[in-house]
Design a protein around this ligand. Structure first.
Ligand code: SF4
Length: 99
């Protein structure tokens, strides 16, 4: 959906959710198999966003809308994204969706 990979899915263990930067939102993984051992989050890298609006215009459920980054300072989005990327580099988990 995002040509710049600003919007990405991540899986976290319960401990990783506890250790995450404040306000990380996640839901229990669904779909069976080992994915239910993880929490699932969709995170964004706000400073990589070009504001092209492709995501908001292409979302079939109107779940996305464009807004000014200055309205989101308390959501800690960049810290959350950096945390998830660092975890990806230091741990190796099997992709539970890779069949
Ligand atoms: S506005 Fe463009 S660059 Fe930003 S998240 Fe959406 S698709 Fe990606």
């Amino acid at each position: 959906m995002c040509p710049h990979s600003v919007i990405r899915p991540f899986l976290f263990t319960k401990q990783e959710v506890k250790d995450a930067p404040e306000n990380l939102l996640s839901v229990k993984g669904k779909g069976g198999g080992s994915i239910s051992n993880y929490n699932y989050s969709i995170l964004i890298s706000p400073f990589d966003c070009t504001g092209c609006s492709v995501c908001a215009e292409s979302c079939p459920d109107d779940a996305l809308r464009m807004t000014n980054i200055d309205t989101l300072p308390t959501l800690n989005l960049n810290d959350q994204f950096d945390y998830a990327r660092k975890l990806e580099k230091i741990r190796k988990i099997d992709n539970p969706l890779d069949k």
